[in-house]
Design a protein around this ligand. Structure first.
Ligand code: SF4
Ligand code: SF4
Length: 84
């Protein structure tokens, strides 16, 4: 049987945000059609609140990724589809 789990073991798509690279602009939060991103509690070394995933509801559409101006701040982890 094909492995459908992501690197973290989750079988659903999810955004992965690097809290230290994120500059807290909030563009991904505004752009997400599912509204599953929010500002994280606390600040990073840049002195800003990075974005974080609420943990539920991501469809893997990658709109947040394409709206992020900061290279490597956010990526979308999409588990492999099962092979037929
Ligand atoms: S991939 Fe789509 S649904 Fe998931 S967090 Fe990004 S914008 Fe929202
Ligand atoms: S758009 Fe990018 S830099 Fe801005 S808050 Fe989201 S992940 Fe951080």
């Amino acid at each position: 049987m094909a492995d459908t789990k992501s690197k973290t073991g989750d079988v659903r798509p999810r955004p992965v945000i690097d809290a230290e690279i994120c500059k807290g602009c909030g563009r991904c939060i505004v752009a997400c059609p599912r509204k599953v991103l929010r500002p994280r509690t606390g600040i990073n070394h840049r002195g800003v609140q990075p974005a974080e995933y609420t943990g539920e509801g991501c469809t893997g559409c990658a709109i947040c990724f394409y709206n992020c101006p900061e290279p490597y701040a956010i990526e979308i982890e999409v588990p492999d589809r099962p092979k037929r």
